[in-house]
Each structure stands twice: as structure tokens, then as C-alpha cells.
Design a protein around this ligand. Structure first.
Ligand SMILES: *Cc1c(COP(=O)(O)O)cnc(C)c1O
Length: 384
């Protein structure tokens, strides 16, 4: 049935009707006073969302564009960087840094496990000559549903005193508490199609004063992603190049909705929904990839042993019009991922879980009672 499709992947995510309507407006000139007013409002609200008074820059690019910009403006070829890698996106940080000939020290953990913060502490403490220029972390590792302990790692970086903390917050911003100023994070990137309730196309970077100091000494070649002009333009409530003005209209509305809901409520909603999802999936006997003490509230990765992950995804899509994400790289075919960030409610999760249960029945799963997953999830929803 048309228009009944549910997107439950970790980006793009569902978009509220108010935002869709804003996107459908006629564009206006990006050098107009009207547009500057909108830029002023969205920038202020983005700072609120990021819990920071740092500069907040808006780029026309997907999240990876913000990640690349977050490297090439602050680091030089040959710089030693510690890169946390326990999934597809941590790996991507490593690849970006290598592409620019940085000296990459990958700190790995098995996919599905969080990064070991002690390894960062030890390496930073051992670096008495202050060779490490940045510690680069993926907060919510979307490929596995793991949440890394960024707060602890950022503390060790602070104690080091020299290195910058550079963060991929693409699926944590707007879903997980990420107090940028309190944790002292220097560069934080995110993308519109994840927690922002917007289509793809915009990405965001928060940049600290310390990072701007590093910018002064950074000679890595760049043009479109040179953040200096973005900073200068942002001070005048504009952008250096033509922005996707309609996406900015949408962003204005999405941020207003978020402000109305409030940060605490947004985080609590994601926590409740992810806890209910995990309880429902467990009740069906399906193993979860991320452990109970380190899971992202944005996405739940499931590693079925008795059913093929791809069979589950196919039936969910065909029979119930629900898109789930598959596994990436070596987890392809081994896991499926339920995205639940942004414009997602309790009802969406109950729908997804009951459809998942029906899908398993179709694949031959036998269970005693008829509402295992929904029962388990409903209990959690009532208490969390
Ligand atoms: C989606 C995502 C990205 C960015 O991907 P793009 O396709 O470039 O938008 C980066 N990191 C994480 C953790 C993500 O989930």
C-alpha cells in the first residue's frame, strides 16, 4: 500500500509533516534579510541542541562531509592521531585520516563491543612529548548499536592537555545526551538525516576555541570545506556558498519542535524506546549485538542465530512495509538493525516488534503466548 511505509533504519529517518510542509515552500534568496533571520534562529537553536557556546557551522554535505571537514581544518599530514574503531564509522575516521597522510594509531575493539577507555588513558599518559594531536571517536557506532564512553575518554584527553577531541555524533546528537561544553569536546559532527527529523543534505560542526587555535596552524589543502569562511559567514547570519534553503526552512521547524519537547524529554524518549526494543527482541529469543551497559539509544542491532537476518528484513519489508537496515562489511547478512531515532514514538516500536514477531512466525518460529515481544516492550514502556 502506498504511503504506508515505515522507515526504521538509522538514517534517513522519518520526517514530521510540519517539516515536510516547510520543505515544500518556495525558496527565497539566501542573501536576503529574511533568510539571515532564519539562519540566526537556527544557529542559536543548534547551539542549544549541542549544549554549547562554541561556533556552530552548517555545511551542505552528508555526515561524512562534516567528518572530513573536522579533520582537514585542524590536523596536518604526519600528525599522530588516536582513532577509536569498533565499527564501520570508526573505520571511516581512520580512512579519512589516512587519506590525508596522518599517522593513525587505531584503537580497536570487536564490532559489537565498546572501546576500552583504559587503552586511551594509557596511550595519552605515555605521550609525555605531546605527539598526539587528536583523539577521534565515534560516539554512537551506528553499524553495531554500541555507545562508546565518550565522557571518560574526553576526560583523559583533557588531562593530556594538548590533543583535540574530535567526535562523530551523527547518530547521537538529538538522541543521546552529549553536553559538548561540559565534556570539553572540540569538534563534533552530525548530519540532518539522523536525529534531526530532516531529510539528508545538511551536516553540522561544533568547533571550540582550542580547535580554532589548531586551525591557525593547519596547512592541509582545502577549499569548499575550509571552515574559516563558514565561521566568518556565521557571524553575519549567512553561509559562504548557496545553502539548501528549503532544508534550512525544515531545520527551523524541526528545531522548534525539539525545543518544545525539551532535551531531557527527547533523551528520555529515546531511552524508553530503545529499552523497550531491546526487551521485545530479547523476549523473542533473538540475541542483541550491543551489551546492556553500552548500547546506543538510536539503533538496535540484532544478531539472529536461528533465522537469516536477510530473510527477516525481506519479510518485514514485503509484508509489513517496514524498512530495517542490514549489517555492514563483515556483519552483512549476520545482523539487522532497527533504527529508532528522531521522529519515533512508542507506537512505532510496538508496530515494529509485533511485525517482527509475525515475521518470525512466518519463518516457523513457535512461541507459547501470542504477544511475547509486545508484552515485554509494553512493560518497559510503562516503567522507563
Ligand atoms: C550516518 C552516519 C554517518 C554519515 O554518513 P553519511 O552517509 O555521510 O551521512 C557517519 N557516522 C555515523 C555514526 C553515522 O551513523
Amino acid at each position: 500500500m502506498q504511503d504506508k511505509h515505515m522507515l526504521m533504519i538509522p538514517g534517513p529517518t522519518p520526517v514530521p509533516e510540519q517539516v515536510l510542509l516547510a520543505l515544500a515552500k518556495h525558496p527565497i534568496g539566501h542573501r536576503s534579510g529574511d533568510f539571515s533571520k532564519i539562519m540566526a534562529e537556527v544557529t542559536e537553536n543548534l547551539k542549544w541542541l549541542h549544549q554549547t557556546s562554541n561556533d556552530l557551522l552548517v555545511l551542505t554535505a552528508s555526515g561524512t562531509g562534516a567528518m572530513e571537514a573536522g579533520i582537514i581544518n585542524f590536523l596536518n599530514a604526519g600528525d599522530r592521531v588516536l582513532v577509536g574503531s569498533n565499527g564501520k564509522f570508526g573505520d571511516r575516521w581512520g580512512k579519512i585520516c589516512k587519506a590525508y597522510n596522518m599517522d593513525v594509531d587505531l584503537v580497536t575493539a570487536e564490532w559489537g563491543q565498546p572501546l576500552d577507555t583504559e587503552v586511551f588513558r594509557a596511550k595519552l599518559e605515555a605521550d609525555t612529548e605531546k605527539q598526539i594531536k587528536a583523539v577521534i571517536i565515534t560516539h554512537s557506532e551506528t553499524s553495531t548499536g554500541v555507545l562508546n564512553d565518550l565522557e571518560t575518554i574526553a576526560k583523559y584527553v583533557k588531562a593530556h592537555g594538548e590533543a583535540l577531541t574530535i567526535v562523530d555524533a551523527v547518530t547521537s546528537l538529538g538522541a543521546v545526551n552529549l553536553p559538548i561544553d561540559e565534556w570539553g569536546l572540540d569538534v563534533v559532527g552530525s548530519g540532518s538525516q539522523k536525529g534531526y527529523m530532516l531529510p539528508p543534505g545538511l551536516s553540522f560542526l561544533s568547533v571550540s576555541a582550542r580547535a580554532w587555535q589548531a586551525y591557525e596552524n593547519c596547512t592541509t589543502p582545502r577549499f569548499y570545506f575550509d571552515l574559516g569562511p563558514y565561521r566568518k559567514s556565521a557571524k553575519k547570519d549567512t553561509t559562504p556558498f548557496t545553502p539548501p534553503v528549503n532544508l534550512i526552512f525544515g531545520l527551523q521547524v524541526a528545531l522548534q519542535m525539539m525545543k518544545q519537547e525539551g532535551l531531557e524529554s527527547i533523551f528520555a524518549r529515546h531511552l524508553r524506546i530503545s529499552a523497550a526494543t531491546r526487551a521485545g527482541v530479547k523476549a523473542l529469543g533473538l540475541p542483541l549485538l550491543a551489551p546492556d551497559d553500552a548500547y546506543s539509544t538510536a539503533v538496535t542491532a540484532v544478531a539472529p542465530t536461528e533465522f537469516a537476518a536477510e530473510d527477516i528484513r525481506k519479510i518485514m519489508n514485503k509484508r509489513f512495509d517496514i524498512s530495517l537496515a542490514g549489517g555492514q562489511d563483515h556483519l552483512k547478512g549476520k545482523i539487522f538493525r532497527i533504527g529508532h531515532l528522531g521522529f519515533v514514538s512508542d507506537r512505532d516500536i510496538l508496530t515494529a516488534l509485533s511485525s517482527l514477531e509475525a515475521t518470525l512466525s512466518e519463518l516457523g518460529y513457535q512461541n507459547g503466548s501470542s504477544a511475547t515481544a509486545v508484552d515485554a516492550a509494553t512493560k518497559v514502556l510503562a516503567t522507563v
